[in-house]
Structures are given as C-alpha cells and as structure tokens.
Write a protein that binds this ligand. Structure first.
Ligand code: NIG
Ligand code: FE
Length: 428
C-alpha cells in the first residue's frame, strides 16, 4: 500500500517510511484563503528575518538567520534563499512587509485520535490533585464508543487548529483504543492525514487485561501489532510506573522493530526509570518527556542520535516540575519541542505556546526554542526535507506578524502566525 519513498527525504534507513509522497496534514480550513497548487515560482520578499536552520546560510548560527531576506518557492520546494537584493526573477511575488519567516513547526509528538474530553479531571487537578496515568482510561472508554466519523472529525478539527498556529507537519499516535480493532482503526484514520503515524498499543495495560498484563503485552506484540503495522511508521511505549516497565517496553519495541516499525518512547515523564537508556539502546528516534533524568541518562543521550523531545505543555497542564532543557543542551543533546496534544495531560495544539514556556521556564534561549520546534522536530522524525528553509527542502513555512522569531517567546499568547505555506501552497 505504500508508494516508493523519495530518496532525499529520509536519512534513516527505515524501510517503512514514505513521507515525501503524501500531504503531512489535513485539508486546509474553509476560512483559509483560496489556494491552488501551482508549479509557478513565487518570491517572498521584504523578509526582515528569515530563519533557514541552515548554518551555512546567513549569520552562520544554527538558525542560519538571513536579514533583509527573500525566498523563492518553486512547486512544493524551496528553490532559493538569500539577501533580498540578490533575488532572482519569479512568476509571482509576495511582500512580507518587513516581517519574519521561519520553517513551519514540526510537532513530532501528539495524541489526536480520541473522543471526549477530560475537563473534570483538569479542573480537579488544578484544585490540588496530582496527575497519574489512570485518567487515560476515561479517554479509552470515550474513544471506543465513538464512530470512525466522530474520531476523524475530531482529528481534523485539531489539525486545522494546529495549522493556523503554524504546524505544517505532525506526528500522531494510537493509544486510546487498546483492542486490536480500536488501535488499528485509530491508525487507519491517522494515516489519512499524516505519514508520521505511531502505534501506541502500549499506552497503558488495557482495562480488559488489568489482571494479566503479560497477556496484554502478548497481544500488543502479536495480533495487535499485525493489525497495526501496515498503517504505522513508528512504535511507542509509555515506559512508566503504572504503565509498562523496562523489560515489557523492550519486548514491545523489539517486536515492533522486527515488523519494520522504528521506536520512540515516552520516557522518564513522571519519575526516574529505564526509558531513556532503553531509547538509546534501541536507537529510538526520540525519547519523549525526559523530565526526570540522571546524569547517566543525559550522558547516554549526548552520545547517541536519539533526540530528547521536551513537551512543556504536559508540565504546564499538570503543574509538574519542568524538564531541564539547559542541562540537556549544555551536554550536547539534540532537543526537540512538541505539544504532546492530548485530552489528559496537555490539551494544547500550540507550538508557539510551547516555545514561550521553554524560554521562560526551561532556560532555553529564543533561538534554541525556535530551532527545537522546527529542525529539532524534524530530527525527532528523522527527516531532513522539513524543518529548514534551504534549496530542496519542502516549502513549509510561516509568516509571523512580527519582525523577528524572538517575538514567539517575547509576545506569549499572541496569535502571531499570519501566513502558512505547506508544500508551497498558502493555506492560512
Ligand atoms: O504523553 N504519558 C502518557 N501519555 C500522555 C498522556 C495521555 C493522557 O493523559 O491521556 C502524555 O502525557
Ligand atoms: Fe505523549
């Protein structure tokens, strides 16, 4: 069922990937400007600050920042970036009005196939009760009871919401079905909207197997994996007390690898544990959360190609201790920033909000946070065709109503994203 993968799209030798061939998000909103696919070239000029994430461009920093810049889109790709005065002739022209342009956000961690909400749980928690993994069961019950149409409508709604805030690529997971049929249908629905689909049958032990977790692990690594693998690129486990321990997680991820899925792990979110070390051991693309880390965990990440994906929306929404981004960055770990959008622990689809939190509370610089939300997300998905604006990359980009990317953190909560292009097409 998978078309051939474009060779330049994926540096990781994962045979299941095909992300260059399908749109990364759902159809644009009805309130978006009219858009039409075009093979004509378009110049976006009068850009005060262009974030390319190509250190060989502009100021030579990791952001590859070009001042007084222009960019040319040709079809779905970036054809040229540079100083405005040197721009080549094109068919069309857009005046950025002295504002900032940056790569579209790459939200490499979300849980968007679900029904219902958890307002009551959030309200209770904000009134003093701690978050635990148990609330996931509420969403499992609501998700199982929903029709396919309801689940897809819900997913589409959050994708539109994310697109309006600058997200041009998203990953999303199953994990609220926990039966063979319910997990497979979640992934089938997700795969209609993104190539970055993750099988998370091991979110928690299914309530149907509460008395026999080993039988549930057998299901997740057996019949459920068989049903889910055709729709997924990734496999994930919630490695945590109350969910799956290190041995169970290793068994699940190893079974997934044998089926051609590549691992990523919910690791060290609520407590210290084996998740990060396991991620490195298995060459997972990403260890997600990384809130409670030992020095050995940080060291292991620093000497691996596993990205640490930080999800500050979860700490915000659970009033938990922040992950120490500064410690990771100073040790040389590659850091991504994502929303973790889900109805329980982080019900935000806003990458700009996460950027602001990371700068204010996790000691990231504005430049680092913007890099992590774009290039970092691409690394966490082992992609090099997104998350940067250099010739050959997809023309996934956003226009801020601000002169600099720094305003994403400087002006928290302000809807600054005023234009979004995806695959060269303006959608917002
Ligand atoms: O990433 N940690 C596990 N999964 C989610 C929470 C899901 C939920 O509470 O529904 C997370 O935070
Ligand atoms: Fe998550």
């Amino acid at each position: 069922m998978r078309p051939a993968r474009a060779p330049e799209a994926e540096p990781d030798p994962d045979p299941t990937a095909d992300q260059a061939t399908k749109d990364a998000m759902s159809s644009p909103t009805t309130d978006s400007p009219a858009h039409s696919a075009s093979t004509a070239s378009t110049l976006i000029t009068n850009i005060a600050a262009l974030v390319t994430n190509d250190p060989s461009l502009g100021d030579g920093s990791p952001l590859g920042l070009i001042r007084d810049a222009a960019l040319v889109i040709d079809g779905q790709r970036v054809a040229w970036t540079g100083e405005r005065s040197k721009a080549p002739a094109t068919d069309n022209r857009v005046d950025a009005g002295g504002r900032a342009v940056l790569p579209g956000f790459v939200d490499s961690h979300s849980h968007l196939v679900f029904a219902g909400d958890r307002t009551a749980e959030f309200n209770a928690r904000m009134s003093g009760r701690a978050y635990s993994a148990g609330g996931i069961r509420t969403t499992v019950a609501a998700t199982r009871a929903a029709t396919d149409e309801e689940l897809e409508a819900n997913l589409t709604r959050y994708l539109r919401e994310a697109l309006r805030q600058g997200t041009t690529t998203f990953e999303t997971k199953s994990g609220y079905g926990l039966t063979v049929e319910d997990e497979a249908r979640a992934l089938r629905i997700a795969a209609r909207h993104t190539d970055e689909v993750t099988y998370l049958g091991a979110h928690i032990v299914s309530p149907d197997h509460a008395e026999d977790p080993a039988a549930y692990v057998d299901l997740v690594t057996g019949e459920m994996l068989d049903a889910c693998a055709p729709y997924a690129r990734w496999i994930d486990v919630f490695c945590e007390k109350g969910a799956f321990d290190g041995d169970q997680a290793r068994a699940i991820l190893t079974a997934g690898k044998a089926r051609g899925l590549h691992p990523r792990i919910h690791a060290n979110q609520l407590s210290h544990g084996p998740g990060v070390q396991l991620a490195v051991e298995l060459d997972a693309a990403s260890a997600d959360h990384c809130t409670h880390l030992t020095d050995a965990d940080v060291d292991a990440l620093a000497h691996s190609r596993t990205v640490a994906t930080l999800l500050p929306g979860a700490e915000f929404s659970t009033r938990a201790v922040w992950p120490d981004a500064r410690r990771l960055l100073d040790a040389g770990v590659t850091v991504a920033l994502s929303t973790d959008c889900n109805p329980g622990s982080s019900f935000t689809s806003s990458v700009p909000f996460c950027v602001a939190l990371a700068v204010r509370d996790m000691r990231m610089t504005p430049d680092e946070a913007v890099w992590s939300a774009t290039a970092g997300g691409a690394r966490a998905l082992r992609r090099d065709d997104i998350g940067r604006l250099a010739p050959g990359a997809y023309a996934d980009l956003l226009l801020l109503d601000a002169p600099s990317h720094v305003h994403l953190a400087y002006r928290p909560g302000v809807p600054l994203v005023t234009g979004v292009w995806r695959r060269g097409v303006r959608e917002v």
